[in-house]
Write a protein that binds this ligand. Structure first.
Ligand SMILES: [Zn+2]
Length: 342
């Protein structure tokens, strides 16, 4: 998981299993089968025994293990809905997991209103688009208002969003073709000028969303574990263990991998050939990372700069020095010493 296509792959895989499920003899007892990613809703017309047999058969199809949940008191939770069977139909209600908290961005937090409204937009949209009974509708509306109150939202703020969502939902039902497409642009949020900028850009058919600034903790605290220098990409210098020669190189992969290639001299490199010819050795401990970056264009310039700098300081390089179009630029820079050496 974690790859952008893992969701799609999972979907294709479950789809493949689903095809085999429909071939099972017990599948004739299924009157409705709906799947959302890995959650399946199934209406069963057979007996409980037949259901157990069907469930076992499903679990024997692949390595994927399904779990089953059957209705209790005619009720079953599916995704964010509670479905309840009545004499003729199904009642819907909004389902919240017992672990759900009612924490949303607090009203007094310094975020643009556009960042605070979406959680209400979502809840009201779901409320208005789910066929709830009047009782369930009122109960859910009260729950949303309570969530808002717990986060210090004024009633008017919430009702305003509710009425706007209601108007939009109604209009979409009546005129579904009216949805206009416009561009969305995210800009950093500065409370005193945000509305003015939004107004101007809106006249150019652009929808403005506010982006939160990096916070102090974002700027000051680095939560990423430090990366070992050997796992970084950039400009490196390998020093021969047995003579004065050095080699300056560039890699956009990690230094350790590139170093091993030099050791084996595959692909061929000046330092690799040198160690083979002279029977000299090189080691990772005697290798320095001069600049860390994985941007090739930046590294290409830095590599040339380092080679030039080393030559200028009479360092013996084993590099195959070829004329580089940028070389005159480094000649101009020679009077200046690079910062990283100080
Ligand atoms: Zn050597």
């Amino acid at each position: 998981m974690g790859s952008p296509i893992s969701g799609l792959l999972a979907d294709i895989y479950v789809d493949h299993i689903e095809e085999q499920i429909t071939q099972l003899p017990e599948y004739t007892h299924v009157s409705l089968w709906r799947r959302y990613v890995d959650d399946i809703l199934c209406f069963w017309t057979g007996t409980m025994q037949e259901l157990t047999k069907f469930f076992e058969a499903i679990n024997n199809i692949s390595n994927l293990k399904f779990t089953i949940e059957t209705e209790i008191n005619n009720s079953l939770n599916y995704l964010d809905l509670t479905l309840t069977r009545n004499a003729h139909n199904i009642d819907y209600n909004i389902y919240r997991k017992p672990t759900t908290t009612d924490v949303i961005i607090p009203f007094n937090s310094s975020h643009a209103p556009q960042i605070k409204t979406p959680s209400f937009n979502f809840m009201f949209h779901r409320l208005l688009n789910t066929p709830l009974t009047l009782e369930n509708f009122n109960q859910e509306l009260a729950t949303i208002i309570q969530i808002g109150k717990n986060n210090n939202y004024p009633l008017n703020f919430m009702l305003n969003i509710f009425h706007k969502t209601k108007k939009r939902t109604t209009l979409n039902h009546i005129y579904p073709h009216l949805k206009t497409s416009s561009r969305y642009i995210a800009i950093p949020y500065y409370p005193h000028i945000h509305n003015d900028i939004s107004k101007i850009l809106t006249t150019h058919n652009m929808n403005i969303t506010a982006r939160s600034h990096p916070t102090l903790s974002n700027l000051l605290i680095n939560t990423k574990p430090p990366q070992h220098v050997h796992n970084k990409a950039g400009i490196y210098e390998i020093n021969c263990n047995d003579c004065q020669l050095s080699y300056i190189g560039l890699t956009t992969r990690n230094l350790k991998t590139r170093f091993k290639e030099h050791q084996k001299n595959t692909p061929r490199s000046a330092i690799g050939s040198h160690t083979l010819e002279k029977k000299h050795t090189i080691s990772l401990d005697n290798t320095k990372l001069l600049h860390h970056s994985d941007q090739f264009n930046k590294l290409r310039i830095l590599e040339q700069y380092e080679i030039d700098y080393a030559k200028h300081n009479n360092k013996q390089l084993v590099n195959d020095i070829t004329d580089c179009p940028e070389q005159h630029l480094y000649k101009m820079l020679h009077p200046f010493k690079p910062h990283h050496r100080t």
